[in-house]
Structure formats: C-alpha cells, structure tokens
Design a protein around this ligand. Structure first.
Ligand code: PEP
Ligand code: MN
Length: 690
C-alpha cells in the first residue's frame, strides 16, 4: 500500500512536469506567432490562411496517428491553438488604446451579458469597469450619454432566435457595432435549498431563459414560469425572498454567486445553446484590412418585384458571403419590411466600399452599422476524407499513373444518353448536373468526399456504444451508426433499446464529436427522431413504406435510404423521389445487397448499382458491405471495391465483441478488423466516374 502510494506520487509528479512543459511550449508557440505578426505588420496579405491552417492540422494529425494518439483529440486542441494565434495577430494589427474601458450591459452581476463582456475584454487584453443596467435601452442610453465606452448586448440566440428589442435599438439609435462575442449558455435551476421539483410553485427567469428551457419546464406542471428582467437578477431575487417554493433559471456561476443550491443542471432544450452579443460604441471603429471582418447593415428595398434579390446579388456578385439575413417589420408601415444583413467584409476595403455604394443605389435606405472582427462564424465543413490521403494530391495536370486516372479513362468512354425517367424528376441527374452534397455535422457527404459511417448494428449499452464511438472516430470514421429500433425477421429476436438507446447513441456521438445515424421505423417516430439524430435511416424493409417516406420529406434532416431487398434501381430512385417531392432533398442512397438465387452470402452486394446510380441521379450513394455480404471476412474487400467503384462512402457494422452482439453478429467486424479495413481503404483510389 505504502509503495503503491509512493509510486503514484512519483507518477503524478512526472505528469505535473509534462503539463507545465505543455504550457511552456504553448508560450513558446505564442512567441513565434508574435514574431510572425511583427513581420506581417508590413505585408498586405490577410492573417487567416485556411490552406496553411489545414496543412498544420494535417501535419499534427499525422504525427498523432504515428504516435498512437487520437488524431481527433489533437485536431480539437490545435483548432483552439490556431484560433488563439489568429486572435493574437489580429490584436497586433489592431491594438486598443489601452487603459480601462467602461462597459455597460443589461442585467445583474453574473448575468450571461456580464460573462460575455468579460470574455470580450480579456480576449482584447483590456481591463474594464462593468456596469449592469435594468434594460437594453438603459444600457444603450448610458453609452450615448458618455457614461460608458462600450455596451455589450445580446442580439441572437441559437435556440430562441433574434432579440427584437436590440434590433430595434440598432435601428433607432446612432449606435455602431465594433465587435461581437459568443457565449455558450448552460442554464441550471436553483433554489434556496435542496427541495423536490414537485414542491416548486414559481420559476423566475428572463423570458429567453424560460423559452430555452421550455421542454424542461413542462415536466414541472405545478410551477408557474414567471418572467424576470434578467436571469442572474432572478437568482438574486430568489436568494433575497428566501422562499423554498420559488426557483430561478440562470447560469451555475450566478447560482453560486447568490449562494443558491443547484437543483438541476443542463436543462436547456438544445445542448448547443449559444448567444451572440454585439459590442456597441457611439462611433464606428476602423479595423485593419488583414483581420477577418464582418459588416452589418440595415436595408430597406424598393417596392418592385425582385428588389431584394437585386440587392443580394450586389453582395454575392462582388464576392461577399452573407452570414445572416433577418427581416423585421418596418415601423408605421404595415406589411413592409426592413432587413438586417451581416456579411463577410470590411467597409474599409475598397472592394467592399464599392459594393456598399452599389447597394445604396439599388436600395431605398442603407445604414451601415459597422465592420468588426468576426467571431461567430459557422464551423467550416470538410469533405469526408481518409487520414493520410490529403498529403498525396498531385499538382494540377500532373500525370500520376494513379489507378484512379485509369478508372476515369475507362469510364470516360462515350455512353448512351440515359432516357429521362417517368418515375422521378427531382432526384434525376437531368434535374441537377452537379452532385448533391449534404452537410452532416461538419462533414460533407457526396461530391468528391468519401465518408465512413461505422458502429454496431444495435446500441446495446452505454459502454458498448461509447467504446465503438471512440474507436471508429480514432480510426477515421466520420459518422457513428447504431440501431435503436430494429426491424428483425423474428418478433422473438432483440428489438432494440428504443428511445433509451437513442439517448445513449446521441450521448456517445456527442462525446466522440461524431454525428449519428439511426433507423426510423414508423411515421410517429419521425419528429422525435429528427430532433436528436443527425441522419435518419430508412431500412431495406421500409424502402417502399410510402407514408414513412412522405413524413421524412417534411423534416429538415438528411435521410439515408437503403435499397429494398428486392427492389430495382428505378424503384429505389422513385422511393427517394417520395422524400424529395415533399421538400427534403437531403437523401443519401445506400446499396446494401439484394435477394438473388445466390445463397453463399446473406445478400448479393450489387456494386454495379453504384456507377448506374451516379449516372442516373445526383444524390450521393454509399455502400453497406456488412448487410451486403453477411460475413465479416468479406466486408473489407467489398468496402475497398465500393470505394474503387465510385461510392461516396460506407456504412460498416463494428462491435467490441462481435460474437456476443445482440444482432448481426456474423457480419460485425472486430475493432482490429475495422482498423485494417480503414488502413487498406486509404490505399484504394476512388473513382470519380459517373
Ligand atoms: C441495419 O442497418 O442494421 C439494417 C437493419 O439494415 P437493412 O435495413 O439494410 O437490413
Ligand atoms: Mn444490422
């Protein structure tokens, strides 16, 4: 025992040394970035270089893979380091005057606005005096009266949407946006002491706080939601009242700040709940052209048909990508609207200035609210690719002798025009020449990418799905699979864990940073499933369940449509058309083998369907060699063949202990087999034929 403790103490000391070494290396990295910023001071190129950033990420991920460290962990860490370097360089180019700034925000101490204001100041290396005001208007007035240098106000929330009052202030006052900040909102419920939720009679919070937790509030029907001017102020009021039947919703920091007991954590309806704040000043600020910027403006268009489109074309035609378009009623003009637009660009840039001039002549009214360093941008999506492949791209036009080129050459042979189908039109290649590319999490399915979806046939336990998630992620998979409602041939076989299984799948995906795909079997499961899963799978047995297809056509979620056991390619595409015809064009086709007279394999994997489908449709098509063959030893060769055939990806069954799997044991790969499959895959050229 004594020895063991000495050993642990020694090891911990070693760990502490490694940790401080990591921090010293980060400091060294920042010194080098500082030197680079110094040199770039006189260059005209921008400080953000996505290609260079990608090379840095590829490089460190390759080192991680060689050392047996999780590549995705390393990617997460380096994304943070890179974004810190960009901020450091931006600060160098755009230094603040220094000194203390007075910042107005709405709410009490420990409110989310308070936290966001502190975050903004510390990101710019500034010290400040923060003052909370009761209303947004009072905070804005303090700024205009010269009582504050900046005001930090929330403008939108990713769950509850735009904050109209702040938009109204931007419209009606002489305020300028000089910065933005984001804050992850993580509400908790707190009271003066530990009490059962059923004893609560009133729950106080800001209307946004109540709205963001509305599903949770429905589970406490006896407590009346009561609006309060601010989340943290609600905590303060509960603390002062001392009534144990009253609770408040705000951040855990606010609960601690006011000495309350947290009754429940993580009560937001949607886990990823962010608020975007604008930093306002009484005068506009100029930002160095090399700093990535956004510009915000208010626009009133003319009354002719197509006037809005003409204004938007001015922006897109001049290469400015729009990040937000919000329409608000035009005061005093019933059924007329004004638009709030954010786009990537800097009004100090002549190209942007020219676009703004053109916009002024195309519109009735334009008010530029400011150009400011961009913080809130949606995560860039990446095409699915295999670890280690990025490095070996040949230069443009350079002959490589790569077998992929040979495949292209063979497939380039003239082919007869395909007759237009009468069964489907939206999913027909004739309707859309370019491949459809579907965003799932931050991965793109379709086009030139190759996406691997992997995991167990069925979710069986928290441990099983979590270990699968980590393993497949570390070996290059992009999406986690796991069935929770299982279409089994016999009613006596394991039927899946149902909704509890879905919770486990989503939690495992979240933990591993992977989006999830799972099968939906019935019309009445669609809405609830769509709220939690990233891709909804239609199983082979349901390919012609037309009611289910129609329902899936009504949700904004990608659908993975398996080919029916005995369906022709034309029937399969017509089934996809059922989804598309209802409005949802995000369909991924999946070849999973068909019934033939052959009995050596569970099904006959029809790989020739891949080039045929790519000719006839613009939809992505992936291959499931697990159900396609039914035998684990055939899965890897067919996966490799699918890539060579031009598939956009794979769906693979993997299990930590396949022989004990509750479904599809024979075809589930072991972890080692999956790792070998992925290694081999990286060596297979993917045909771009269609
Ligand atoms: C599955 O993916 O686990 C499944 C049941 O597939 P299919 O519908 O192709 O049989
Ligand atoms: Mn299965």
């Amino acid at each position: 025992m004594g020895n063991e403790q000495t050993d642990i103490a020694g090891l911990r000391q070693g760990l502490d040394e490694v940790d401080s070494g990591i921090v010293r290396l980060i400091a060294r990295r920042r010194e080098i970035i500082g030197a680079i910023a110094e040199l770039k001071q006189h260059s005209t190129s921008g400080i953000q270089d996505p290609e260079r950033e990608q090379r840095v990420l590829d490089g460190v991920m390759a080192v991680a893979t060689d050392l047996g460290v999780s590549a995705s962990l390393v990617r997460t860490i380096f994304r943070e380091l890179i974004s810190d370097s960009v901020a450091q360089q931006a600060r160098h180019l755009n230094p603040d005057d220094g000194g203390r700034v007075r910042v107005a925000f709405q709410g009490a101490t420990h409110s989310y606005s308070d936290a966001a204001a502190q975050k903004y100041l510390s990101g710019r290396g500034l010290a400040g005096d923060l003052a909370g005001y009761r209303t947004f208007r009072e905070a804005a007035d303090a700024l205009l009266a010269g009582d504050a240098d900046l005001a930090v106000l929330p403008i939108e929330n990713t769950t509850a949407g735009s904050i109209n009052e702040v938009y109204a202030l931007l419209r009606s006052r002489e305020l300028f946006i000089v910065g933005e900040e984001t804050w992850k909102v993580d509400h908790c419920l707190a009271a003066t002491r530990e009490v059962p939720l059923s004893s609560l009679r009133r729950i106080l919070s800001h209307p946004q706080g109540l709205e963001q937790c509305s599903q949770f509030l429905q589970t406490i029907p006896d407590a009346t939601p009561t609006t309060y001017f601010d989340t943290a102020g609600a905590m303060q009021a509960v603390a002062e009242a001392g009534d144990p039947t009253v609770a408040a919703i705000a951040s855990p920091e606010a609960a601690a700040g006011y000495g309350l007991v947290v009754l429940r954590r993580g009560i937001c309806d949607i886990d990823d709940n962010y608020t975007r704040f604008v930093v306002l000043s009484a005068k506009p600020a100029a930002v160095d052209l090399r700093v990535p910027c956004k510009t915000s403006l208010i626009l009133v268009t003319g009354h002719e048909e197509g006037d809005l489109v003409r204004c938007l074309e001015v922006l897109s035609g001049s290469g400015h990508s729009m990040t937000k378009l919000e329409s608000r009623p035009r005061p005093g003009r019933p059924w007329e609207y004004l638009f709030f637009i954010d786009f990537e660009g800097n009004a100090a840039d002549p190209r942007t200035a020219a676009a703004l001039d053109e916009l002024r002549s195309a519109a009735l009214f334009v008010k530029v609210l400011g150009s400011y360093p961009a913080k809130a941008l949606r995560a860039p999506a990446r095409p699915g690719d295999l670890p280690g492949r990025g490095a070996r791209q040949p230069a443009a036009g350079e002959p490589t002798g790569d077998p992929a080129e040979m495949l292209e050459a063979v497939a380039a042979a003239p082919r007869p025009a395909v007759a237009r189908s009468r069964q489907y039109k939206l999913v027909d290649r004739a309707a859309r020449q370019a491949d459809t590319v579907i965003r799932v999490g931050d991965v793109l399915v379709g086009g030139d990418g190759f996406v691997v979806m992997a995991g167990p046939c069925s979710v069986e336990s928290a441990g099983q799905i979590a270990s699968c998630a980590r393993f497949v992620r570390d070996h290059g998979a992009h999406v986690l699979r796991g069935g929770v409602f299982k279409p089994r041939t016999s009613p006596y076989s394991f039927q899946g864990l149902g909704w509890d299984g879905l919770d486990l799948l989503v939690a495992a995906g979240h933990e591993a940073g992977l989006p999830v795909v799972t099968e939906v079997m019935a019309v009445d499961q669609v809405q609830r499933m769509a709220a939690a899963a990233d891709i909804l799978q239609v199983g082979a047995r349901n390919m012609q369940n037309f009611d289910l297809l129609r329902e899936l056509g009504k949700v904004d979620r990608p659908v993975l449509l398996k080919r029916g056991l005995s369906s022709t390619i034309e029937e399969w595409l017509a089934a996809a058309e059922y989804v598309a015809a209802q409005g949802n064009q995000q369909v991924i086709l999946c070849e999973r083998g068909i019934r033939t007279f052959e009995s050596a394999t569970r099904n006959t994997l029809d790989l020739s369907a891949v080039p045929v489908v790519r000719e006839r449709s613009h939809l992505p098509v992936i291959v499931d060699p697990s159900h396609g063959t039914g035998q684990r030893r055939y899965v890897a060769p067919m996966a490799w063949a699918a890539r060579a055939a031009g598939a956009h990806g794979l769906l693979i069954e993997v299990h930590p202990d396949p022989d004990q799997a509750l479904s599809d044991a024979d075809q589930s790969l072991t972890f080692d087999q999956f790792a070998a499959l992925m290694r081999g895959l990286a060596a297979i050229p993917r045909s771009g034929v269609r």
